[in-house]
Ligand binder design. Structure first.
Ligand code: ZN
Ligand code: ZN
Length: 178
């Protein structure tokens, strides 16, 4: 019920004015059932919101749930950025991912909280994303990261077919801890 309500609410946010108007409406709703449903729906779409999102003004919650930073323009189809970077945790230089954009270190599996929607580089947090879980299912490893600064969690696919693939031993190590 509230899932449907969350979906229809999100579908109605097309402009900043919509977010403002519907956000104000959301602020007037009693309880947090609908807010929780919005956060869950955002997660289902690949947008992880931090726990404190429950307390955000409705306008901000709606925009961020849609992967739109307050300062960013509407971005429904982010272009993933593939680039080399020095790992913020182990300092090794991480090579290009190739077919799939590289967003974490293949050796220590850490990343940086720089994306709102995976690959868009639109987050302003910049915290260290620590691998806290790994799961192997349907022939594919999935990593779970938690931001050391804001606590946001997100799941990303491990890179297994790149020239420098994610270290299988590191993945198994995280899996055994998580
Ligand atoms: Zn590293
Ligand atoms: Zn963060």
């Amino acid at each position: 019920m509230s899932t449907e309500e969350a979906k229809s609410l999100l579908a109605r946010v097309r402009t900043r004015a919509d977010a403002k108007k519907l956000g104000r409406w959301l602020d007037e709703q009693p309880g947090d059932t609908l807010r929780r449903a919005i956060i869950a729906e955002a997660r289902a779409r690949g947008v992880e919101l931090p726990p404190q999102a429950l307390e955000w003004p409705g306008k901000r919650l709606l925009r961020r749930a849609l992967g739109r930073d307050a300062a960013a323009q509407v971005r429904s189809n982010p272009i993933a950025v593939d680039e080399t970077f020095a790992c913020a945790n182990c300092a090794r230089v991480v090579p290009f991912g190739g077919r799939t954009a590289r967003n974490h270190c293949p050796w220590c599996l850490h990343s940086l909280h720089v994306d709102v929607v995976p690959g868009d580089r639109a987050a302003d947090c910049g915290g260290l994303l620590v691998p806290v879980g790994a799961k192997y299912a349907h022939g594919q490893w999935t990593l779970r990261h938690r931001c050391a600064v804001c606590g946001a969690e997100r799941r990303v696919r491990a890179l297994e077919d790149a020239e420098v693939p994610d270290d299988p031993a590191a993945l198994r190590g995280v899996a055994s801890r998580g």
